[in-house]
Design a protein around this ligand. Structure first.
Ligand code: NDP
Ligand code: 7N6
Length: 309
């Protein structure tokens, strides 16, 4: 494969201005124009946020997704057509790790309640036994890759007792025990927090539902920074209504933006964030690093990193 013209698809503007990435790659060998669907004609490859059928029409050889998740891409078609897809796993440990810990800290230290009260100039005290500390509390991280390990490392630093779940069951740093998905309910049963950090796949769709909420402690919080459909959302709403769990910090949803009429907006112990756990001003720099490395690898005839298909 030769990359002479690498388009930066305008859809990356969902996360950063495309021109930032263009400028960061200006010293790379290929030309790096910002392109829309109609301007892909001369490109061999594209860096993108969204998937567009125009990529196939333009016969691109390589597509780089600025997301770690690749659930929206037609992998089988890419495979059939010999299109390489690379993703952006490996860059979100700090950003999402800090975000997930932020959600947990907010619930424990009651920050979300104080922020809400401030809107109405209300000096209102929590019940004496409502606030708690993360120190000594148990966290179960489901999915122990970049995100999961980023969360585990920061939770461990705060004195939390961290366990995790992954298919291999292999140990990772900062976890005291690692379970396999068969033992998911056992893994979540003693946890004060359950943080989801798995990719959305056929196996993980609906991974957490009524039975898992039933297995969780009544004072437990769910944190979802993975993908909305990993959780059966109706069953989450039911679990929150029936006080089967204490609350949830949710960055991702079955439908995004979260519809106006979703009951999730209204729970006091639910924090809704707009799929921004990974957002940071240096995002485009991390992407530039990944893209630059793969351009060099392609030039040298080496295997690409973060190759999905
Ligand atoms: P990685 O590939 O680094 O890690 C995925 C982890 O999930 C691995 O530990 C894998 O371990 C585990 N896993 C896969 N399938 C299962 C399963 N069925 N049950 C339990 N564990 C499983 O990905 P990232 O950490 O970079 O990203 C994970 C996902 O998080 C992305 O796919 C994306 O959807 C989402 N994401 C969300 C962001 C946000 O802004 N909210 C930002 C970035 C990512 P093993 O192979 O041993 O099973
Ligand atoms: C960018 C979100 C991913 O999968 O959804 C995330 O990497 C990216 C703000």
């Amino acid at each position: 494969m030769q990359v002479r013209r690498l388009g930066i698809h305008e859809s990356v503007s969902a996360v950063f201005p495309p021109e930032r990435l263009r400028d960061a790659l200006s010293d790379a060998d290929p030309a790096v124009p910002v392109v829309g669907d109609d301007e892909l004609g001369d490109c061999d490859a594209v860096v993108t946020f969204a998937y567009s059928d125009a990529f196939l029409d333009a016969d691109l050889r390589w597509i780089h997704s600025i997301q770690a998740g690749y659930d929206r891409f037609p992998l089988d078609t890419f495979e059939e057509r010999g299109v390489a897809l690379t993703n952006s796993t490996g860059i979100h440990d700090t950003s999402v790790g800090e975000f997930a810990v932020g959600l947990m800290l907010s619930f424990a230290r009651r920050l979300h309640t104080y922020v809400r009260n401030q809107q109405s100039r209300e000096w209102s005290l929590p019940a004496w036994d409502e606030p708690f500390t993360l120190d000594g509390e148990r966290l179960c991280v489901v999915g122990l890759g970049t995100l999961g390990q980023g969360i585990a490392e920061r939770a461990d630093a705060l004195g939390m007792e961290v366990v995790g779940v992954r298919r291999s069951g292999d140990p990772t740093p900062h976890t005291q025990a690692v379970y396999t998905p068969d033992d998911l309910r056992e893994a979540v049963s003693d946890a004060r927090f359950v943080a989801l950090a798995v990719p959305l796949t056929d196996e993980t769709e609906g991974l957490v539902g009524a039975e898992e909420f039933d297995a969780m402690r009544e004072d437990a919080y769910l944190v979802n920074v993975a993908r909305g459909p990993v959780v059966a959302e109706d069953e989450l709403v039911a679990a929150l209504r029936d006080d089967e769990i204490a609350g949830a910090g949710l960055d991702v949803f079955e439908e995004e933006p979260l519809p106006d009429d979703s009951p999730l907006w209204d729970f006091e112990e639910v924090l809704v964030t707009p799929h921004r756990a990974a957002a940071e001003r240096d995002y485009y720099r991390h992407i530039a690093g990944l893209v630059r490395e793969n351009v060099e690898r392609v030039t040298e005839g080496e295997e690409m990193t973060n190759r999905v298909v």
